[in-house]
Design a binder for this molecule. Sequence first.
Ligand code: ADP
Length: 140
Amino acid sequence: MYKKIIVPIAIDQLEHGEKVIEIAKALVDPDGEIILLNVVEDLYAYAQGYMIVDFPLEMVEESRKHAETTLNGLLTSHAVKGKAAVKTGSPAATINGFAGDEKADLVIIASHRPGLMDYFIGSTANRVVSHCPCAVLVDR
Ligand code: ADP
C-alpha cells in the first residue's frame, strides 16, 4: 500500500485519468492520500521566447481555473480521499519535481494519449519514468 500517490491528469485525456484514479484508489493505504495533478503549460513564456508580444496572459489563468474545476469534479465524482493541484510549467519536469517536493511514494501515469498505440510510451510518461524520484506505475 502507498501513502501518497500522485495521479497526473491531462485535461484532454480525462477518460484515461478516470481509469488511473480507480487504480490509485485500489493501491492507496487507508490512511494515505491521492493527489490529482494537472500541469498547465506556460504558453505565455513560450510565446515571449518567440517574441510574440500580444499573447493573452489571461489564457494561462483561464486554463488553470478550468483545470482546478475539472480536478475538483473528479475528486467528488470518484470519492477520492485527497486533493487537487494545478501547476504551471512543462508537464514531465513539473510532475517529477512535484513528486519530490511532496515526498510521494508512487506516481501513476497513462502510457500515452489514446489512439497513439504505435508508440510504446508517450513523451511525458517516458520522461516521468526516466527521472521521477519515486516509483512509477505506467498504465497501458
Ligand atoms: P503522448 O506523448 O502520447 O501525447 P503523454 O505522455 O503526453 O502522451 O500523456 C500520457 C500521460 O501523461 C497522460 O495520460 C497524463 O497522465 C500525463 N500528462 C500528460 N500531460 C500532462 C499534463 N499537462 N498534466 C498532467 N499530466 C499530464
